[in-house]
Design a protein around this ligand. Structure first.
Ligand code: FAD
Length: 319
């Protein structure tokens, strides 16, 4: 069975959930082989969880330089592995960095790239969300090793036994002129809340929330559900919530189990970032709001009444 390379998304060996989703998708195409590029010691930390989600092998490409440079070492390592391991495909997460790795790698190895994939079958046919989510298309790479970026949250992460045998890969040294150095990292989590793109519940507020202070109501509902807080661009542009929490075409893409939209009209650019969520609940006082076209459950009502009631009821039931 051919290997399927999965680029591990991690911070100092702490593996992000999207990697487990990629490993699950990779199993449909062949034998998953995780590729850890980072600081020395990262793979040792990551190995157990990678094996638990089916990694048969872990390629370890570690160096101080690999940890301090953005994108380039990952592309170099993956390009070398495409040459030596002849994989059936390379999977990366459809994050900002993952998409850049995918594009550069595809050019480097002369193959096709499929971006923002939301599903993948055993024949390598990918379902993609394109044009800001306005269309869903099926596509397949027919030249070279397919490079596929998979949207976080789109594929279920399923555990499977893997052996995770280690193989060391040399990290090619990078010409400083071609490299972007990481100068510092800032956590984007809002307090104890999960990271927006990793959360299984996201509660987002829009212009209808009305003010930065009122966002406390969105946060309270997110907190009783153990979820992350998101915001529409109108809410961000109005200064109600920081930009790093924006969901949509020019913000983050999320695909949680549950997405609750409070006071969001459902413009195409917002939908682009959340419409592949498993269950969508919308609260809007306008029965004609476009968000109801994609909502699984809709409440036509005032969010200032509905959201606190929801928070109270969930708190009660959780006892
Ligand atoms: P509005 O459209 O103003 O909707 C507010 C909603 O709140 C209304 O439906 C109203 O009925 C409801 N409401 C008001 N009061 C209450 C209440 N008390 N109770 C219940 N409901 C209430 N948008 C994004 O979100 N993300 C993006 O990444 C993004 N990228 C963009 C990129 C480009 C190039 C462009 C042109 C636009 C982009 N937009 C993006 C903006 C997008 O077009 C919309 O303007 C934006 O999503 C609207 O945000 P909203 O739904 O919060 O506000």
């Amino acid at each position: 069975m051919s290997e399927v390379l999965v680029l591990v998304d991690h911070v100092d060996g702490e593996v992000k959930k999207v990697t487990f989703e990629l490993l699950s998708a990779a199993r449909r195409l062949g034998e998953p082989a995780a590729v850890v590029v980072g600081a020395p010691g990262s793979a040792a930390k990551a190995k157990e969880s990678l094996a638990r989600f089916g990694a048969a092998k872990v390629y370890v490409a570690e160096s101080d330089e690999a940890a301090s440079l953005l994108v380039t070492p990952k592309v170099d390592v993956l390009a070398a592995l495409v040459g030596s391991a002849s994989p059936a495909a390379v999977l990366v997460s459809a994050t900002a960095e993952g998409k850049e790795v995918a594009g550069r790698l595809a050019v480097r190895v002369g193959s096709g790239v499929l971006a923002d994939v939301v599903d993948l079958d055993g024949e390598g046919v990918a379902t993609q969300s394109v044009f800001g989510g306005a269309y869903t298309v099926k596509a397949k790479v027919t030249t070279g090793v397919p490079v596929i970026s998979v949207r976080p949250g789109a594929v279920e992460a399923e555990e499977a036994a893997g052996a995770a045998a280690e193989e060391t890969v040399e990290v090619p040294s990078v010409d400083p002129a071609r490299a972007v150095r990481i100068t510092r990292r800032e956590p984007v989590t809002g307090g104890d809340r999960p990271e927006l793109t990793e959360a299984s519940v996201v509660v987002s507020g829009g212009r209808g929330v009305g003010s930065a202070d009122n966002f406390a109501l969105v946060e309270k509902l997110a907190d009783v559900l153990g979820g992350a807080v998101g915001a529409s661009r109108a809410a961000v542009d109005s200064g109600y919530y920081p930009h790093q929490f924006q969901v949509g075409q020019t913000g983050k893409t999320v695909a949680p189990q549950l997405y609750i939209a409070l006071g969001i009209s459902g413009a195409i650019q917002h939908r682009a970032g959340m419409q592949t969520s498993k269950t969508i609940v919308a609260v809007n006082k306008d029965p004609e709001a476009p968000i109801f076209e994609i909502a699984d459950f809709g409440v036509v009502g005032d969010l200032f009444q509905v959201a606190p009631q929801l928070t109270e009821e969930i708190t009660k039931r959780r006892g």
